[in-house]
Design a protein around this ligand. Sequence first.
Ligand code: SF4
Length: 258
Amino acid sequence: MKTRSPLGGQRLMEIYQQLHEALGPSHWWPAESPLEVIIGAVLAQNTAWSNAEKAIAVLASNNLIPKPSEAEGSAVSPQEAGKALLETPEEALGELIRPAGFFRQKARRLHAVLSFFEESCAFDVPELANSRRHSTSELRASLLRLEGVGPETADSILLYALKRPSFVVDACTMRILGRHSLLPSAPTYENVRRMLMDSLPQETALYNEFHALFVRAAKEWCRKKAPLCSACPLGKKLWAWQNTFELPGMNIQLTPLF
Ligand code: SF4
């Protein structure tokens, strides 16, 4: 069932435009290749991105991350990096990615995800991304069947590595939408994703940038405790959309949309 609301779509686009105007383009995901995005999506689970970055740096120094150019030494192809990662025993891989936390679990998950990309496209991720043989929903279902791959990881891989229009819903997205009364009545991950995708044009570039802007706005202004609404570019909207519903933790009233 579609949850599209022209009014909701309009408000969402206003939020997008205001955040984009204030913060500028995000250029996400910060990686040199789609395979690095995939590895990063697993390493970033339940930890700060800075910890995932440290683990990626260790992998890169061991030639286990694709290097597209020879600028900093010899190039490493996605096929070479992917195979080498799969050949690295789980325990040794865990030690390498220790800075990302939950390192034994993540080593196992990395092997599961990399095995999928070896079998489905021999690590040629752009080829899989452009393949018409695999719909986005089929790819999503396949990713969700892998050990330790939940919806946020699957959608991050789909959006940022495979360039498919699949909105990534994270805690920052939930927080901002919730505080602006833009969540559906049952705000599960799947319902919020469906609401966003039904309300917005299905465009990879838009979803990519919108998710990045939500994360940056949450870091800058929309903090878990004590949001900085007076400094936030969405502050005026918050007051303009006032009326009936109390926001959790905030003495502000808003009108619900869904
Ligand atoms: S800081 Fe305030 S105005 Fe900004 S997104 Fe959060 S709730 Fe909205």
